[in-house]
Design a protein around this ligand. Sequence first.
Ligand code: 13P
Ligand code: SF4
Length: 391
Amino acid sequence: MTTVDLPLLPLGRGTDPDTERGVECPGDLPPASDPSLVERARAAKEKLGERVFVLGHHYQRDEVIQFADVTGDSFKLAKDAAARPDAEYIVFCGVHFMAESADILTTDAQQVVLPDLAAGCSMADMAALSQVEAAWDALSAAGVAEHVVPVTYMNSSADIKAFCGRNGGVVCTSSNAETALRWAFDQKDDAKVLFLPDQHLGRNTAVLQLGYSLDECVVWNPHRPNGGLTQEQIDGARMILWQGHCSVHGRFSEDVLDELRAKDPDLKVIVHPECKHEVVTRADMVGSTEFIIKVIEDAEPGTHWAIGTELNLVKRLADSRPDLSISFLDRNVCYCSTMNRIDLPHLVWALESLVDGVVVNRIEVDDRTEAEAKVALDRMLALPGTGAVRG
Ligand code: 13P
Ligand code: SF4
């Protein structure tokens, strides 16, 4: 057997029959889902007309994204949901925290549906309200809470956003984390930020965009007393990073990146800021999914790219630009398993139920949580350059 030394394969084009990676079956395969589902989804959407608005995050499957009225990253979708007050139903093809944010930003008359309730987010689950409240109490006991401004990434539950709302904090997304952090540091003298729940986005933004040192960023481990930090570490920190991460973006490694660069000196690497600091600092560009899409759309023909973000999106980008060499920045397949929970059968079920007048899998945030979370979301939407929307 000949060995083929390929660290990863250009998506959709390269194959390695010896290891079977990237091998495509010849000819036309029957579709994975019942082909009538496409017709049923189309018919149900048509019957619902303007009453339904379908949002699709960029990490959704192709079979689902084709039915989205708008696609976007989590920031764009939050604004898009708020901008459609006439739609009775918002069907959110994304994950639970996004549907919660849509419910908070839409009117009480609108109902938000998540086609599969198992579409959660492992990162959001890494910060539970009880853990964050315990951390806040520990920071009070350490004598620093009055200087701390909580900032939570959009990828968090509604009750964590509410915590930030009632404690003078704000929500941010990967598109506006720098602006949100600058806002937070302006709120108090000697301000420190408690950044939830993604340590990587917090660290990357603080160090690469605000100029803090790595030593000024400490990691709060919710499973250890005082977050596993000494008083000296807490006193010296500007960024207290929650020990959370994205299980998809956390996989990209500096080793693969270095290996690819060594093989292709023309390679440009673009990654999402949820990647580890060691990966982000080696990349040529870093930005949210919307940013990555724009860069690839505008790329010079013939250029070579390795992309570090979710595979559904990377595959679509590779398909949309056959004139570029596009690689995935991991050796292994890494879809977001919870994003992938939303498939065509679930979407059809949700839409056909709405046609029958039954609202399934409604995501409804309770009034108090909603009011407090909205404070933090509205603070984000009011940030300069972020663009105000109605709520
Ligand atoms: P953005 O949509 O903000 O780019 O975040 C990526 C992500 O991981 C969503 O779950
Ligand atoms: Fe959560 Fe990461 Fe999946 Fe986004 S990609 S939903 S942050 S696990």
